[in-house]
Design a protein around this ligand. Structure first.
Ligand code: ADP
Length: 402
């Protein structure tokens, strides 16, 4: 079975085609600048040269058509015809409280996703355009939706409720949902497999640290608490997002600086975090480089960033009454030995002992970076959200067609 995984944004659409027999990627690529005059399609078939095309792609329907053209092209294509694609899996950011698992797309499912537009106004409408575009281009192909929030639906109410008037939860569903769930689930499964232990037997803290960053406490194989909240703004300090702050700062700053709701939202999401503190960049590589050159602001940004990761690890170890495994994933977590060292240095009391040599090894495999004597295992686990989406899609479609 071949499964096409799609991550549709408002002006971009990323894709990967999987052969599920051996879980290999047949091709991946992206369409950028959808709706603008010079849209760019980049198609990357492994073993063949990459292809880049610039043309006018005004909507998602045309973008999906372009993807199909690329995948079936006589030269750089990887399948003979569209009929070889058995199913399509979509990444959906917000599944609210309705979606606790991935689901086959039906009219009802689409209606439920539409109801969640308010909670993820930048993402869910774009995902819906992706679903509709696939429906138009491939009318008989089953589609599955996989949600960033679904893994966290197991959180107890002590984790997901905010201590504010309950009517806000009842009326507007104000609560913690958490994000990066597909990644946290995938890496926790990979870590358990690597350790040769059942996932349910391990207390894990998963640190997904990329441009966006979140930590998750995983107890009995389920999400017990997570740092992102009703939106991805809460929790760890991030590239451009503030993470946790005193909520009273918002009205205070709005008043003092005469800011609108949209301006303050943009300030906290796009102009805060490492970018704001360093004054240099939101990119960890540039921060580490500047720090090496003696830049004090870069060092402050780095120190605040790692301090906040440590605080969450401490909080989650307390929340679970212990921790067996701490794992790092995503762009920064997988690649920055400097960050991992800084985070692990201050938590030796928990039983964390980092092996510096192991920490400095670069690899695309799951690896242990704690010493053999360390009570808590520290792992680096490359994430692969697309593969989990493909697996769920395959499982659901296979189940349906039995
Ligand atoms: P996203 O949240 O957009 O999926 P990624 O998981 O791709 O983000 O992570 C992007 C981040 O990873 C950037 O801040 C980038 O600097 C960081 N990163 C990538 N490679 C390295 C590296 N070698 N060292 C440090 N940071 C890195």
């Amino acid at each position: 079975m071949k499964v096409l995984v799609i991550n549709a944004g408002s002006s971009s659409l990323k894709y990967q085609l999987y052969n599920m027999e051996n879980e290999t990627v047949l091709a991946s690529g992206r369409v950028e600048r959808i709706g603008m005059d010079s849209s760019i399609v980049t198609h990357e078939p492994p073993g063949k040269p990459d292809v880049t095309q610039v043309s006018e792609i005004l909507d998602h329907i045309t973008a999906v058509k372009k993807v199909i053209d690329m995948l079936t092209h006589p030269e750089h294509g990887v399948v003979a015809s569209m009929e070889e694609i058995d199913a399509v899996g979509h990444r959906i950011v917000h599944g609210g409280e309705v979606f606790k698992n991935s689901a086959l797309v039906t009219a009802d499912v689409k209606q439920e996703i539409r109801k969640l537009f308010d909670l993820a106004p930048l993402h869910n409408p774009a995902h819906m355009m992706g679903i509709n575009a696939v429906e138009t281009n491939m009318p008989n192909v089953p589609q599955v939706v996989v949600f960033d929030t679904a893994f966290h639906q197991t959180m107890p109410n002590t984790s997901y409720l905010y201590p504010i008037p309950k009517v806000l939860y009842r009326r507007h569903k104000v609560r913690r949902y958490g994000f990066h769930g597909t990644s946290h689930l995938y890496v926790s499964q990979q870590a358990a497999k690597y350790l040769g232990k059942p996932l349910e037997s391990l207390k894990m803290i998963s640190c997904h640290i990329g441009n966006g960053a979140s930590a998750t406490a995983i107890l009995d194989g389920k999400s017990f608490d997570t740092s992102m909240g009703m939106t991805p703004l809460e929790g760890l300090m991030m590239g451009t997002r503030s993470g946790d702050l005193d909520p009273a700062i918002v009205p205070y700053v709005m008043n003092k600086e005469d800011l609108t709701l949209s301006e303050v939202n943009s300030m906290l999401n796009k102009h805060s975090g490492m970018l704001a503190i360093s004054g240099i960049s939101s990119d960890m590589r540039e921060i580490v480089e500047a720090m090496g050159e003696g830049d004090a602001n870069a060092k402050l940004a780095f120190d605040m960033y790692t301090y906040r990761v440590r605080k969450y690890i401490g909080a989650y170890a307390a929340a679970m009454n212990g921790v067996d495994v701490i794992l790092f994933t995503a762009g920064v977590g997988e690649n920055s030995n400097v960050l991992r060292k800084a985070v692990c240095e201050g938590i030796s009391f928990l039983g964390v002992e980092l092996d510096e040599e192991r920490n400095n090894i670069r690899s695309k495999e799951v690896r242990e970076i704690s010493t053999d004597a360390s009570r808590v295992k520290v792992l680096v686990v490359p994430t692969n959200e697309e593969l989990l989406i493909a697996r769920d899609t395959y499982a659901i479609v296979k189940g349906e067609s039995k």
